[in-house]
Ligand binder design. Structure first.
Ligand code: LLP
Length: 421
């Protein structure tokens, strides 16, 4: 559920007319709903009620400082994957004790930053990374709290580019080698083993792969404890999917996911961490765009928008579906049209949807891409020298620009021409 609803035929973000935001900031732009972000965070928090837990929002899905501050103020932890994300979390007021650091290629600089600034745990993904962390922590005289990410070799049954839990993927250490790697961790100075980490992929639309993975983690917990390791925390990753195509998908709810967690690992008495990103931010955002032209091709109509693949790359990159709706609903009884919906970028991959049936549109009218709050703005680029588009946050009846559109001068001034040229 989100807070983007029609009232008297006009699309609202909470209590603000989307068209009013467009009139102020200009299209295209992203708009997020504070109430939806809050609601989705709370759904996860409540789903783990009765178990000691921390919901660590996966910042990679949407790392605007305002979004992080909103969630951090509710008590959320953060899952970061770079020094940049770590700095954002700290800048938004999240204490290091609520930040977990994931990722397969943490540099020594990033480790130092987090050790000095405070960190809840590093999710270590390889032996060389563990060695590096041990050296750095020892030299700083700090014990680095760690979990080790295991790769359970489970098929997440999602898009191949976002599946991470199969043995052929680059993530984690093979679960079959876990005992030996935990033994190494226990033998190294400067490391304090606190638990196990797993994350099998993103946009999972059924619970079975989670169940298989968490059962393996539960078995491993018993084995490692018998080996003498203190396993007090389980980080179970993120990945719960959202209904991109509202008309025909209904992924499991956080409550079902919480029940599954309690059923598979609840008996172990561990503190539970989860790292949801998409389910918190995805349906909390729209990408709003204006129709530039309606163009007739040989055998089809093209709806040419002012947003492009550089603003929202998911359709081009993953063939992802986003519902695209008019900001003003058509009059009842109006015939729908069929469009290839495209952006202005100079490649055919800049296509958001093919043969999409939707209300008939005219140049100058606005459309909204639903489910664009996650992996939208954060994956944007300035390809074709198109400045990054603004981000807006709505709360109740007011809105604020949380990232302004840069001017063309700002964009150009980031380049420098060497004096010898
Ligand atoms: N934890 C780890 C270690 C992750 O790698 C990810 C996502 C998450 C948590 C959060 O997963 P979520 O709950 O958001 O599914 N750009 C792609 C998605 C990439 C996901 C990468 N890792 C997309 O647009 O679909």
């Amino acid at each position: 559920m989100d807070h983007f609803l029609y009232r008297s035929g006009e699309l609202y973000a909470e209590d603000v007319r989307v068209a009013d935001i467009a009139a102020t900031v200009g299209a295209p732009f992203y708009v997020y709903s504070a109430a939806t972000l809050k609601r989705h965070y709370e759904l996860f928090d409540q789903a783990l009620d009765g178990t000691e837990h921390l919901v660590c929002y996966a910042m990679k899905s949407n790392s605007n400082l305002a979004v992080i501050k909103l969630l951090g103020d509710l008590g959320a932890g953060m899952d970061v994957v770079s020094g940049g994300e770590y700095r954002r979390a700290i800048a938004a007021g999240v204490p290091g004790s609520r930040i977990v650091f994931s990722g397969i290629g943490k540099t020594r600089e990033e480790m130092t930053l987090a050790l000095k600034g405070g960190i809840r745990q590093f999710n270590v993904e390889s032996e060389p990374e563990m060695q590096a962390l041990s050296e750095i922590a020892s030299s700083l005289g700090i014990d680095a709290p760690i979990t080790i990410r295991v790769n359970p070799d489970v098929d997440a049954k999602t898009h191949e580019k976002i599946a991470t839990g199969k043995s052929e993927n680059k993530f984690g250490i093979p679960i079959s080698r876990a005992r030996e790697v935990y033994a190494l961790a226990a033998s190294l100075p400067g490391l304090n083993v606190v638990g196990i980490d797993v994350h099998i992929g993103s946009q999972l639309v059924n619970l079975e792969p989670f169940e298989l993975a968490y059962q393996k983690v539960a078995e491993l917990t018993e084995v490692l404890r018998a080996d003498g390791h203190e396993i007090k925390r389980l980080d179970l990753g993120g990945g719960l999917g959202i209904p991109y195509e509202r008309s025909n998908s209904a992924p499991p709810l956080p409550l079902d996911y919480g029940d599954l967690i309690k059923r598979t690992v609840g008996h172990l008495g561990c503190e539970i961490e989860i790292e949801p990103g998409r389910l918190i931010s995805g349906n909390a955002g729209l990408l709003v765009s204006e129709v530039i032209y309606v163009k007739s091709g040989e055998d089809r109509e093209f709806l040419i928008l002012d947003a492009a693949m550089n603003d929202l790359i998911r359709p081009a990159m993953y063939g992802a579906h986003h519902d695209i709706v008019p900001v003003v609903e058509p009059a009842p009884g109006e015939e729908p049209a069929k469009y290839d919906i495209v952006g202005p970028v100079c490649e055919s991959g800049d296509t958001f949807a093919k043969e999409r049936v939707m209300p008939s549109m005219k140049a100058g009218e606005l459309v909204a891409f639903r489910s664009a709050g996650a992996y939208g703005a954060v994956m944007a680029s300035e390809y074709n020298s198109r400045p990054l588009i603004p981000e807006v946050l709505v709360q109740g009846d007011h809105f604020g620009v949380i990232r302004p559109r840069p001017t063309f001068d700002e964009m150009l001034n980031r380049d420098t021409i060497p004096s010898w040229l």
